[in-house]
Design a protein around this ligand. Structure first.
Ligand code: TMP
Length: 215
């Protein structure tokens, strides 16, 4: 396996999905072979699990059930989509991965970062990202942005209070420190073009040191 697995992380409204699409286009224009995907989802089984996890009607969902469902979706997506592309030396840009589970379920839901890491180890069998970009925006600013975006799907986690989103942010700060050789913070407060340019630059510097497929 010698492609590059690059994940995009952040709280709600950080703009990571828009940056991911723009960075993907630019990498393709530069001749790289890129797979863009997301979690939970990306393939049929995982999209079905996504529908269950994020359904606003399921307010009774237990935190451990939630963590296990994210891990199950992750496993299937990894096997079906991520690993084959990495085996083919492609660049995989994935909107969220294990750090989301560590931040949301491990820390914000209070299950424990180490406990959630353990169930995810079973799911991913050591396939960790090569590089993770954390899109840094305060929860207040992020939630303000999503309130203004009427097209965005409002899911079950959007029903949480500001204190939950603050806990998610605090968790990412802990993860930045713990995985400082893998996770890099990107200031997500400037306008989109600026964030895209910065993110692309980081990714190009990273992949220049590795062998990935071009056309
Ligand atoms: P999205 O809005 O980025 O598509 O993500 C869907 C929601 O799922 C978002 O609120 C973050 C949450 N999430 C977790 O809580 N744990 C996870 O492991 C993942 C991948 C997402």
């Amino acid at each position: 396996m010698s492609g590059q697995f690059i994940t995009f992380e952040g709280g709600e409204g950080a703009g990571k999905s828009s940056v991911l699409q723009a960075v993907s286009c630019q990498l393709k224009q530069l001749g790289y072979q890129v797979v863009t995907t997301r979690e939970p989802g990306g393939i049929e089984i995982a999209e079905k699990i996504r529908d269950i996890i994020l359904d606003r009607a399921y307010t009774v969902m237990d935190a451990r059930t939630e963590a296990l469902l994210y891990a199950a979706a992750r496993r299937q997506h990894l096997v079906e989509r991520v690993v084959p592309a990495l085996d083919d030396d492609q660049i995989v840009l994935c909107d969220r991965f294990i750090d989301s589970s560590l931040a949301y379920q491990g820390y914000a839901r209070g299950l424990g970062i180490d406990e959630v890491y353990q169930i995810n180890q079973f799911a991913i069998s050591n396939t960790m990202p090569d590089l993770t970009l954390f899109f840094d925006i305060t929860p207040e600013e992020g939630l303000k942005r999503i309130a203004l975006n009427s097209e965005r799907e409002k899911n079950r986690l959007d029903l949480e209070e500001l204190s939950f989103h603050q806990a998610v942010y605090d968790a990412y700060m802990l993860l930045l420190d713990r995985f400082n050789d893998r996770i890099v913070a990107v200031d997500a407060s400037p306008k989109l073009e600026v964030v895209v340019e910065y993110a692309l630059d980081l990714i190009l510097k990273h992949i220049n040191n590795h062998t990935v497929k071009t056309k």
